[in-house]
Design a protein around this ligand. Structure first.
Ligand SMILES: [Zn+2]
Ligand SMILES: [Zn+2]
Length: 319
């Protein structure tokens, strides 16, 4: 992990102070922005109240929801520089779907949400018809999810982009990258919020740092982004009921002995327990780890083991 994530310096302390100050001021300013844009509405429902339909029956009634997996890799891209393992070899040759940028998801088309902004966000957004997302959702401040924030400068400098996350995560990002703070208008998603046609709620995840997952609903369709999770705390399970789609941390899928699972990411037995407890209608793995086999092989294993699919970069899915 880059040392700057852990640095303790005068600049860092100053940045934290500025971040906290920004949070305090930003929260006050939020009301002003709410009336100015439909993208940042007031909290609309109580936590958990967005679980609106039972397992087994989709409540879908509105227009279909388009998703695009902009990146599906874990902390490092695949192939890794200098690596000649079977997965990296396949990614360079016979299996282009094994080639993965850092995980990021586009939800909708216009308007659209961007979930996470890792170091590959420039090339992920530059190929979009509209480079500027209408809002960004940030799961946590680890570099593979947040360190591309400064890449958004050219599209955010004149008009900050709404950033939906929780106060501690925003404070961490502000401490790590104080120069990115003016690019965003912080929107506290500790309580469910409406953003344009989307209802967004967050739920806590265990991942060694402040981390959330997101439940996103539109037109009666519900998906959850559960990327970077070791365990799902019991109170968060209610946010994962009645899902049309669960997008889940695949860091440790496809591991073959003697490879050891990555810590801080959900293990196969945890995946079993989570899927049995929540019974989503469709499961797609992202954040696929380096130790997974080439895409085609790991996709086949996950289909047999969980009835689940494995995403690849550029995959478009309509819900
Ligand atoms: Zn990650
Ligand atoms: Zn992480």
């Amino acid at each position: 992990m880059p040392c700057w994530l852990h640095r303790s310096s005068f600049v860092g302390s100053l940045a934290l102070g500025l971040g906290v100050l920004y949070l305090a001021v930003g929260c006050c300013l939020t009301d002003g922005r709410i009336t100015a844009t439909p993208w940042a509405d007031r909290p609309v429902v109580d936590p958990g109240a967005s679980v609106s339909h039972p397992v087994g029956a989709s409540a879908a009634s509105g227009p279909r929801l388009d998703l695009e997996f902009l990146g599906t890799g874990a902390s490092w891209t695949i192939p890794r520089l200098g690596c000649s393992c079977a997965t990296c070899k396949a990614a360079r040759g016979s299996s282009p779907r094994s080639r993965r940028l850092r995980s990021s998801l586009k939800v909708g088309t216009d308007p659209y949400l961007l979930v996470d902004m890792g170091p590959d966000v420039y090339q992920q957004l530059d190929r979009q018809p509209k480079a500027r997302p209408d809002a960004v959702l940030l799961t946590h401040a680890h570099p593979d999810h947040a360190s591309g924030a400064s890449e958004l400068d050219p599209i955010a400098r004149k008009s900050p982009i709404p950033l939906f996350t929780t106060p501690p995560i925003f404070a961490q990002m502000s401490q790590n990258m104080p120069w990115t703070v003016p690019l965003f208008s912080f929107e506290d998603v500790s309580r469910p919020r409406r953003a344009g046609p989307y209802t967004i709620s967050s739920f806590a995840l265990t991942h060694g740092t402040n981390t959330v997952g997101f439940r996103i609903e539109r037109g009666g369709r519900a998906l959850a982004y559960v990327c970077d999770v070791d365990e799902v705390p019991q109170p968060s399970l209610r946010s994962l009921m009645g899902l049309d789609l669960m997008i889940l941390d695949g860091t440790n899928i496809g591991l073959l002995p003697p490879a050891a699972p990555e810590p801080l990411h959900i293990k196969p037995d945890g995946i079993d327990r989570l899927l049995r407890a929540t019974r989503p209608r469709r499961v797609v793995f992202t954040h696929v780890g380096h130790m997974a086999q080439p895409h085609e092989a790991v996709a086949e294993r996950c289909r047999k083991a969980y009835g689940a699919e494995v995403a690849h970069d550029g995959w478009r899915l309509t819900l």
